[in-house]
Design a protein around this ligand. Structure first.
Ligand code: GUN
Length: 292
């Protein structure tokens, strides 16, 4: 039987709708609308599109938003000074520094992310928030994996006691995904480039989350019939000079959908959840900062 396709659009709409209601309630109680600042350094084309979409989502929900554009030549000190300014700006409850930073600032990435006030860290990347997540006491958790959990919940896919296999161990997706699944009482296995007999492990999974960054890495023979397959991969495949790159996930969608019970497409799957969760995190951060 072909898998149920989990389209991100429906879930993102639901998450944004809830965040909007909560934002309006905050406004009514405190007179303040939740606000998000997005900082972009340089002009990476993919980052420019992401930042534009984040602004659009803020507008859609009526949230206050600020876009801070800094030139590719910005220094670490200038960027840190900007973060300090946003940390003390009462209208801003969430701060996101778009990654990747330009090459010259690559080594400063940790210092930059650590400078954000943890209460405004809507990415959930600050070590304080990473630590809170690992002890099960987090307010702000990374948007993409949190969106995946929401989608599984809204789809009535059981996590309690399920074997969840996360492929990839990045700080942005793999590790927080594993921790969040653990909190939902899943039995979690984290696999990565040094894992032996990967397919033997994935074939025992009730839920697979693929976040490896390799196109069509998860093939049908790696999936147990009826399993849920969540594809977090976004691989840009060049279609030649002047043509728009094609987006391909980490899962061989066409073949895996014949085996899986549920599956997310790329594009149109998990990607849309990230921005929706960013809106929710901004609202949550505002609530916390306003003492509501
Ligand atoms: N670049 C790609 N994904 C992300 C994300 O989730 N947060 C930030 N800050 N930058 C990104």
């Amino acid at each position: 039987m072909a898998a149920k396709i989990l389209y991100g659009k429906e879930f993102a709409a639901r998450i944004k709708e809830d965040a909007k209601k909560e934002a309006l309630a905050i406004k009514e109680k405190s007179g303040v609308m939740p606000g998000l600042a997005v900082v972009i350094v340089g002009n990476d084309p993919a980052s420019t599109v992401y930042v534009r979409n984040k602004q659009k989502a803020c507008d859609e929900l009526g949230l206050y938003s600020v876009k801070v554009e800094m030139p590719e030549t910005a220094t670490k000190e200038e960027l840190l000074a900007k973060i300090d300014e946003l940390n003390s700006d009462k209208k801003v409850h969430g701060i996101l520094v778009q990654l990747p930073l330009p090459k010259a600032l690559k080594d400063a990435e940790d210092e930059v992310l650590n400078r954000i006030d943890p209460r405004k860290d809507v990415d959930g990347f600050h070590p304080v928030n990473v630590g809170k997540l690992s002890v099960g006491d987090a307010t702000l958790t990374p948007c993409t994996p949190t969106g995946v959990i929401r989608m599984l919940e809204l789809s009535d896919i059981n996590m309690d006691g399920a074997h969840a296999v996360v492929i990839g161990r990045s700080n942005i997706v793999g590790k927080p995904m594993a921790n969040l699944l653990l909190q939902k009482n899943a039995t979690v296995t984290v696999c990565h480039s040094h894992t032996k007999n990967l397919a033997d492990i994935t074939r025992t999974a009730d839920i697979i989350v693929a976040a490896v960054g390799r196109p069509r890495f998860v093939t049908a023979d790696m999936v147990k019939p009826g399993a849920t397959v969540i594809d977090v991969g976004i691989n840009r495949i060049s279609q030649g000079e002047g043509k728009k790159a094609k987006l391909i996930g980490d899962v061989d969608f066409d073949n895996v959908k014949e085996v899986a019970g549920a599956i997310t497409p790329v594009p149109g799957g998990v990607g849309l959840l990230t921005i929706a969760m960013l809106m929710q995190n901004t609202v949550t951060a505002a609530k916390d900062q306003l003492g509501l």
